[in-house]
Ligand binder design. Structure first.
Ligand SMILES: [Zn+2]
Ligand SMILES: [Zn+2]
Length: 546
C-alpha cells in the first residue's frame, strides 16, 4: 500500500513523505534512460507528483528538446525535525539538462515551486512565471542574495510562448492562489494539455474565472493527451467559490462579539482579501501575523492583486487597547504548526500577540491535511481553554473554506470541453489517480495511462505508451538559519544523508543504517545526530550540474 503522503499545496507546514514504494518501476524491462524526443510524438515524464501529493515536476519533450513544468517540494514527515522540504535530485535529470529550454511555473504553491530557489541555477534554464509567482520566486532569490544568478521571465495568462520545440499556450485557470495557468504544448505532432491545479470557480474574488472559452477552442482544435489534476477526483459535489467564503467570513465577523481570528493557508490571497473586507465592513482593525502570510500579502500588493482591498496592520501591537469587537487577526498555523502564530495564541506565551479571551472566535479556514489532526486539535484545546469558540467548515450554512481543486463533476466538464484522445492523471495518490481514470474512461477517452514517478510516456496520434522508467533520486533541504543546505533524502529509511556520507565508507554507513530506525513516537531531530567532524556539508549549499 502507498504510504499516505501529504500535500505541500500551501506554505503551511505539514505533510510527510516516505515509504518504500516510491521508486518502484511501474513496468519491468523498460529502458532506464531518457529516450530522445522525436518529431512524431511528445514525451511526458512524470518526475514527481504521481502516487503522492507534493513535488510536482513534469517534463515535456519533442524534437530533441525538453521543457520542465514546475519544480515543487513536499514536506518531510512531521516527526522528523531539521528537514524542511524534499524534492527530486536534478542530477537524476542530468542526461537531458543540455536540451532543457525552460522551467515553466504554473502557479505559486510550494508543491509546484518549493524546490526552485533551493536548486537554481542547477538546471541552467530560464524560469517562466506569471507576475505573482515570479514575484514570490524573486523575493526568495533576493533573500538568498542570488537574484542576479537567475533568469525569471514573466508571462501573462493567455500568452503563447515559443520555447524550444514547443508553442506553449497559457490558459487562465482558477485555484486557491492567484494566476494559475494550464499549458497547452503544441507541436506538429499534436497537442498535450497540462492543466496544472484547477477548479471551475465562478467567482474567485482575485482574478477572473477559468477561461473556458480558450479550453473549448483548444478542444475544437484537437488535443492528443491531457495531463490533469486528480486531487478531488474521488468526490462529487457542489462547485464552490471563494466568493462563498467571503460571505461566510462577513457573517462571522458581524456576529462575533469578541476578537475574530482567522487562520488559513498562507498563499490564499483571495482569503486575505475576503477577511480584510469583512473586517472593514464590520468596523474592525485587522492585523496579519506570521511571516509566510506577510510575505504573500507583500507579493500580492506588489503585483496589484490587492488593489482596493483594505490594508492590514503589520504591527499586531496596534490592536492593543481596542474594544474586543474592533479587533481581528489573520494568522498562520492552520495545520497545527508548533511555532506558528495560532499556536502562540493558544499558548499565550507571545505577549506581542493579543491574548485570547472568552467570547473570541477563531475561524479555521483551511482543510486539515491528514496526519496533522492531532496537532491541530491540541491547539484548538489551548484556544478553547482560553474561552475561544472555534468555527470550522461553515457558519450559518456558508462555507468558511473551499477546496481549490476540481471535483469529479468538474473533471467531467473538463473532459467534455477538451475531449482528449488520451489521459494521464497526475497530482494525486494512487486512489485519486484511479478515480480520475474511471472518469476519463467514462468520458470516452481512448486510453488512460497511470504513470509512476520516473515514467516516460510517449504520446503520439496512435497511442500513449510507457517507453522508459528513469530512477529519480531525492534531495532534502535541511533547516538552517540562512541560506540553503541540501542533503540526500533516503525515502526508505526516512533520513537525511549529508552528501559526504553517501554510500558505504569503511563500514560506517552500514553501521549507521543499523542504527537508524524510522521514527516511532517522539520527535527525531536530524541535527541531534552526530555530524562527521572532518568536513561540514556546506557543499550542498549550491548545486552545480555536470
Ligand atoms: Zn498542487
Ligand atoms: Zn496548487
Amino acid at each position: 500500500m502507498n504510504k499516505t503522503l501529504k500535500s505541500a499545496d500551501s506554505a503551511a507546514n505539514g505533510g510527510g513523505i516516505g515509504g518504500d514504494d516510491l521508486h518502484v518501476p511501474s513496468a519491468q524491462n523498460l529502458s532506464r534512460k531518457f529516450p530522445r524526443p522525436t518529431e512524431d510524438s511528445i514525451l511526458v515524464c512524470t518526475v514527481g507528483g504521481v502516487g503522492q501529493i507534493g513535488m510536482n515536476w513534469t517534463l515535456y519533450g519533442h524534437a530533441g528538446r525538453w521543457v520542465l513544468v514546475d519544480a515543487g517540494s513536499a514536506f518531510a514527515p512531521r516527526d522528523i525535525e531539521g528537514v524542511d522540504a524534499i524534492f527530486p535530485d536534478p542530477r537524476s535529470l542530468k542526461a537531458i539538462i543540455p536540451q532543457l529550454d525552460a522551467l515553466i511555473v504554473t502557479h505559486a504553491h510550494e508543491d509546484h515551486i518549493g524546490a526552485i530557489h533551493r536548486l537554481w541555477p542547477a538546471l541552467k534554464a530560464p524560469i517562466y512565471a506569471t507576475p505573482f509567482a515570479g514575484r514570490v520566486l524573486a523575493n526568495r532569490f533576493r533573500e538568498l542574495g542570488r537574484l542576479g544568478e537567475v533568469d525569471i521571465k514573466t508571462y501573462n495568462l493567455g500568452d503563447t510562448l515559443e520555447i524550444g520545440a514547443f508553442k506553449v499556450q497559457t490558459i487562465r485557470m482558477t485555484h486557491s492562489v492567484p494566476e494559475c495557468a494550464a499549458l497547452a504544448f503544441k507541436t506538429p505532432a499534436g497537442t498535450v494539455l497540462h492543466t496544472g491545479d484547477w477548479k471551475l470557480d465562478p467567482n474567485p474574488v482575485i482574478g477572473l474565472p477559468t477561461d473556458t472559452d480558450a479550453l473549448k477552442e483548444l478542444g475544437r482544435e484537437g488535443v492528443l493527451g491531457m495531463v490533469c489534476d486528480s486531487t478531488n477526483a474521488d468526490r462529487y459535489g457542489e462547485i464552490t467559490s471563494e466568493a462563498m467564503v467571503a460571505e461566510g467570513m462577513r457573517e462571522v465577523f458581524a456576529k462575533s462579539k469578541g476578537m475574530t481570528v482567522v487562520t488559513c493557508f498562507a498563499t490564499n490571497v483571495a482569503r486575505l482579501a475576503s477577511v480584510a473586507r469583512a473586517a472593514a465592513a464590520t468596523g474592525r482593525k485587522i492585523a496579519v501575523a506570521g511571516r509566510s502570510l506577510i510575505r504573500t500579502e507583500q507579493a500580492a500588493r506588489e503585483c496589484g492583486l490587492l488593489d482596493g482591498v483594505p490594508e492590514f496592520l503589520h504591527d499586531v501591537s496596534h490592536l492593543k487597547g481596542l474594544d474586543r469587537r474592533e479587533m481581528a487577526l489573520i494568522c498562520t498555523g492552520s495545520q497545527g504548526e508548533g511555532n506558528a502564530a495560532l499556536a502562540r495564541l493558544a499558548s499565550g506565551e507571545d505577549n506581542r500577540l493579543p491574548a485570547i479571551r472568552p467570547g473570541d472566535v477563531v475561524v479555521h479556514s483551511a482543510r486539515v491535511i491528514p496526519g496533522n489532526e492531532a496537532d491541530v486539535e491540541l491547539i484548538f484545546d489551548g484556544l478553547r481553554a482560553r474561552g475561544a469558540t472555534i468555527l470550522q467548515e461553515e457558519f450559518n450554512g456558508k462555507p468558511l473554506h473551499v477546496s481549490g481543486h476540481a471535483k469529479a463533476n468538474e473533471l467531467e466538464t473538463m473532459y467534455s470541453m477538451i475531449r482528449p484522445r488520451f489521459a494521464i492523471p497526475v497530482h494525486g495518490e494512487r486512489e485519486h489517480l484511479e478515480a480520475h481514470e474511471r472518469i476519463a474512461k467514462a468520458s470516452r477517452v481512448r486510453e488512460v495511462e497511470l504513470a509512476a514517478e520516473g515514467d516516460v510516456l510517449r504520446v503520439s496520434r496512435r497511442r500513449v505508451q510507457k517507453v522508459a522508467h528513469v530512477k529519480i533520486d531525492l534531495l532534502c533541504a535541511l533547516s538552517v538559519a540562512r541560506g540553503v543546505r541540501l542533503a540526500t533524502w533516503n525515502p526508505v529509511t526516512l533520513e537525511a544523508v549529508p552528501f559526504e556520507k553517501r554510500g558505504p565508507r569503511n563500514g560506517q554507513r552500514d553501521q549507521k543504517r543499523k542504527d537508524s530506525v524510522k521514527p516511532k513516537g517522539g520527535r527525531r531531530n536530524w541535527r541531534d545526530r552526530k555530524p562527521r567532524q572532518d568536513r561540514p556539508s556546506e557543499e550542498g549549499r549550491v548545486m552545480r550540474m555536470g
